[in-house]
Design a protein around this ligand. Sequence first.
Ligand code: SAH
Length: 218
Amino acid sequence: MRKFEDSYQHKGLRKKLVDQLRSKGISDEQVLQAMNNIPRHYFLDSAFDKIAYEDRAFPISEGQTISQPYTVAYQTQLLQVKPNEKVLEIGTGSVYQATVLAEMGARVYTIERQKKLFDLTKQFVLRNQYPNIKFFYGDGYEGLPTFAPFDKVIITAAAPFIPPKLVEQLKPGGKMVIPVDEDHHQRMLRITKNEDGSISEEAFDNFSFVPMLSGRNG
Ligand code: SAH
């Protein structure tokens, strides 16, 4: 059994990472605080223990990745999460992004299409500390109609288009943050669902994500 420990060294490296995120333009103190509180090395293989606080993505199992801290901070900042909001996340992966949202007080519903990654979340070391994260095995394109509507939706994989069912499952006034494919990268978009059901779109920087695939993989 792996022994998890959050040492002074880890905490120091984490503080440095948060300072770096601030200097790269992340200004939402709530987001920075949440990331300062969460031991990112718990979400990675123990081989990455010493480098877990570098601002880069790392491989997890099934050819997937834990997003770069800057990307997590960027998406979370755009989402403007408030305590108690219902947030749907597509792409559970390592659970790191979901934990940042939960640490900020959101009620998180997260979907993963890879059975093996979904099964690994059952052993997620912080699972009992974050009862406000609910895990689902399924296809993110379908969302979670039973639990809709959501205040916010965040997609953490490269989407070829804006999935219509996810827009449907947003509350009026709700927001979605989604990286949408352009030529060789994704453009980060923030969609706002207006009170009349129409949507407004804001475009931000370019990023690079693993693809949002359809159907479940078991
Ligand atoms: N949020 C994750 C990032 C993981 S990478 C983290 O913090 O670690 C993106 C994840 O999206 C992968 O695990 C991939 O399997 C998953 N994914 C891709 N397409 C999906 C879909 N249609 N529905 C649900 N999950 C999907």
